[in-house]
Design a binder for this molecule. Sequence first.
Ligand SMILES: Nc1ncnc2c1ncn2[C@@H]1O[C@H](COP(=O)(O)OP(=O)(O)OP(=O)(O)O)[C@@H](O)[C@H]1O
Ligand SMILES: [Mg+2]
Length: 389
Amino acid sequence: MSSSADVAQERRAPARASFDGLRLENLTKSFGAFTAVDDLDLDVPRGSFFALLGPSGCGKTTTLRMVAGLETPTSGGITLAGQDITYAKPYKRPVNTVFQNYALFPHLDIYENVAFGLKRRKAGNVDAQVKEMLSLVELDSQTRKRPAQLSGGQQQRVALARALINKPEVLLLDEPLGALDLKLRRNMQIELKRIQTEVGLTFIHVTHDQEEAMTMADTVAVMNAGVIEQMGAPEELYENPRTTFVANFLGQSNLIEGTIKGRSGDLVTVDMHGIDVSVPAARSHADGDKGWIGIRPEKVLIGDPGEQLDAPGNSVPGGVVSDVSFVGVSTQYLVRMPWGQELQVFAQNTGHRRIYRSGEQVDLSWRPDYAFLLDASQDARAGAQEGTD
Ligand SMILES: Nc1ncnc2c1ncn2[C@@H]1O[C@H](COP(=O)(O)OP(=O)(O)OP(=O)(O)O)[C@@H](O)[C@H]1O
Ligand SMILES: [Mg+2]
């Protein structure tokens, strides 16, 4: 392809307007002097399972409420399949919402709860559609029970069936699993994913649980203080975070201060407290000459002093084990380094290696490919406590 064809392709980019998914453009919502959603740009492809992930108060519900038409944006726009719906009435939008508290009608049985929307619209073929939905959410045998006679997970599925039967273009799910205990929640995550794949609708799932977002979604947008910090496939966000907030909120990260010495080819060399380590250029997001070297705890190998752990590796000698937690599948260590910082190391309990004890001398090592480098101007603790549920 010639470059002029590429240019022509780019010029045609305003045909972005024909994007058939949900698009938020410069979307802002202020409550008085407080900006809850700040100039948000977001494209949600049609048919995708999209997660909006962020700590409490970051603006997730406010964003969903604007999409549903329950909140008027202060500025910016919302389009769905090219149609401007920014100011459309909620019931005119092909959008349905499932809330955390289900909001089922207590006096109606399950069948009538699911049939409600269709009957109100005087739709035809109600019985067949209700039965199809109840079978999709695997509640065919419970149709004559009232909501109070169902478990939390079953009520959740009724709420889902009641929303899906309207065949919305977009289904908004605002912490729909928040009221469930952990085991049921894990089951429902798999169920929801199955149902989404089966119906093929666009799901936007709001959660502050990073594991939930990563398990379920094709694309995760990490939101912080009204803005999207980073968006991408779960693996991409986890392996190559661009900010300290994303590095800490999505899983855990060791962030170590370093001074950039130089770049050659695909590698950046960084002085880490007197030790040269390398980071791939594609994972380097630092602007100045300082940066935070990031490495995930499960990527760090632990061994005896002087032991060749892996090659090629960033080898870091001089550690002392300061804490050991045995958690079954792995052993989680804290290792105090010569510069005073404690690093986290998660070692799989394969049985091939012995478990170190507190006070033992160890060396650490990790593959340069797994490291990342973040801008030093950010707080290394950003998002650290909020990610753990
Ligand atoms: N009607 C309102 N008036 C004033 N402030 C509001 C209003 N609605 C939301 N806010 C504020 O906007 C911010 C974002 O709220 P939002 O409900 O969108 O957060 P969230 O990300 O959904 O949080 P959570 O995970 O706790 O549900 C919060 O600081 C909240 O106090
Ligand atoms: Mg909320």
